[in-house]
Design a binder for this molecule. Structure first.
Ligand code: GSH
Length: 131
C-alpha cells in the first residue's frame, strides 16, 4: 500500500509537501481536501489528523501531521538526494533551523494576507450566489 497525502493546494504547507513529493518522483495518492469547505472537520479526516489540519500523511496504519515532520519522513523513507535533508548533522540542523523559524516568522504574516485575500474572494463569490 502506498502513501496518501491529504492536501489542499491553497495551503502553503501543503504546497511544500506536494512540490517536494513531485520533485522527488514520490508516488502517492492525492487526497484532495478543501479547507474552505470545512472538510478537515469530517470524522474520517479526524482519524488521519486529530488536529484537523492539512497537510497530513497516511502510510498504512501510520499517520503524520505537520509539514516539516512530513517532509523529513518522506526524505528518509524515499532516501531523497542528500541536498534536500543532508545526513551531515550540522547541515541537517540548518534545514531544521529554517523549518522551525519559518513557522513563527514568515507563516503568520503571509497567512493573514492570504486569508484576507481568499476570505474577500469567498465573500464576493458568496454575494454573487446570493444576488
Ligand atoms: N504547522 C502546520 C500548519 C497546518 C495548518 O495550519 N494548516 C491549515 C491550512 S494552511 C489548515 O489545515 N487549517 C484548517 C483549520 O484551521 O481549520 C504545518 O506546517 O503543517
Amino acid at each position: 500500500m502506498g502513501i496518501e497525502l491529504y492536501l489542499d493546494l491553497l495551503s502553503p504547507p501543503c504546497r511544500s509537501v506536494y512540490i517536494f513529493a513531485k520533485k522527488n518522483n514520490i508516488t502517492f495518492t492525492f487526497k484532495q481536501m478543501e479547507v474552505l469547505k470545512g472538510q478537515q472537520h469530517s470524522d474520517g479526516f479526524g482519524k488521519v489528523n486529530v488536529l484537523r489540519k492539512v497537510p497530513a500523511l497516511k502510510d498504512g496504519g501510520f499517520t503524520l501531521a505537520e509539514s516539516p515532520a512530513i517532509l523529513a519522513y518522506l526524505s528518509q523513507k524515499y532516501k531523497t538526494p542528500d541536498h534536500w535533508y543532508p545526513l551531515d548533522m550540522k547541515k541537517r540542523a540548518r534545514v531544521d533551523e529554517y523549518l522551525s523559524w519559518q513557522h513563527s516568522s514568515i507563516r503568520p504574516s503571509v497567512f493573514k494576507i492570504f486569508w484576507l485575500k481568499v476570505g474577500d474572494l469567498s465573500i464576493q463569490r458568496w454575494i454573487s450566489h446570493v444576488l
